[in-house]
Design a binder for this molecule. Structure first.
Ligand code: NAD
Length: 268
């Protein structure tokens, strides 16, 4: 069987490099090209010229792509429209791990999903996917007496806040409690806040050091507290999840898919 041909958008980034490294160790996968911002690429050429594993080439972002099966984008929201164009032109599936997307980006993804298979996930790790399901369940079972607060901690280079994973956890908590995310979310607190409302979901972003990603959802009751935490100690978990998703999505019909479709996290 021939290897799955992958294009990585954001190839010079922390995630892009990790995806290329893991793919080069997997016979099922071949990263045939990488894209990055023109100013970051400087000299398009073979991967080896950039210290990247594999036989791919780095394009400058405007050149055409070689034939490919899946485009994987872990870069910036500004790259999304171009990544969609490239996936459409190649007839390839699209995986978007980039965070900081807004409603306009999701509208683009919805439109793209009419033509190609699209999977967008703010977190591609198995553990966080399970955490999302647990949070929705706990929020529904515990109900309004339990205040829900979410904290996230990431390395100092992260450019968006709160993390896409914190937003996904907030959405899961709101789904469980039947709350509207837009009106319930409280980003940090400062000054004379008054007492906490029972329908608030607090979301708090911490930044520093080299932390790959930590998320805690606190359920604060009277006299007891439940904390559900996920700690990423190696961003390889996100890269592996994205590559598993690539294997899963290649050849699927057009439509929007999620990591829950990829992972079988069935009940015991
Ligand atoms: P990074 O800053 O290390 O890398 C981003 C790369 O994208 C850089 O090389 C940059 O030059 C490139 N880039 C930026 N704009 C571009 C454009 N318009 N076209 C092409 N390339 C462009 O960041 P990172 O830590 O690798 O994270 C990348 C994204 O993935 C972020 O949004 C981050 O939050 C997200 N992320 C998602 C997961 C997940 O599980 N889904 C995990 C970790 C990070």
């Amino acid at each position: 069987m021939s290897a799955l041909r992958i294009v990585v958008v954001g190839i010079f980034g922390r995630m892009g490099r990790r995806i290329a490294e893991l793919a080069s160790d997997d016979d099922r996968l071949a990263v045939v090209a990488g894209l990055d911002r023109t100013d970051a690429t400087k000299a398009p050429g073979p991967f080896s010229a950039h210290g990247l594993p594999g036989d791919g080439i780095v394009l400058d972002g405007t050149a055409g792509l070689p034939a490919c099966d899946v485009v994987i984008d872990f870069s910036s929201p500004t790259a999304l429209a171009a990544s969609i164009d490239k996936a459409r032109a190649a007839g390839a599936a699209l995986i978007v791990g980039t965070t900081g997307l807004d409603a306009s980006h999701h509208a683009l993804l919805d439109a793209a999903a009419r033509d190609v298979a699209v999977l967008q996930a703010a977190n591609t790790s198995v553990g966080v996917q399970l955490l999302i399901a647990l949070v929705a369940d706990a929020a529904a079972r515990l109900g309004p007496p339990w205040a829900i607060e979410i904290t996230e901690l990431h390395h100092r280079h992260k450019v968006d806040a709160p993390s896409g994973t914190a937003v996904a956890l907030r959405d899961a908590a709101c789904a469980g409690r039947g709350l509207d995310p837009a009106s319930s979310t409280r980003h940090g607190r400062q000054g004379h806040t008054g007492p906490r409302g029972s329908d608030e979901i607090g979301v708090h972003a911490l930044r520093g050091g080299d932390v790959a990603g930590e998320h805690t959802v606190l359920f604060c009751g009277e006299g007891e507290r439940l904390e559900l935490t996920h700690r990423a100690t190696d961003r390889g978990i996100f890269a592996r999840g994205a590559l598993d998703a690539a294997v899963w999505i290649a050849g699927r019909p057009a439509g929007r898919y999620t990591m829950a479709d990829v992972l079988s996290l069935g009940r015991a």
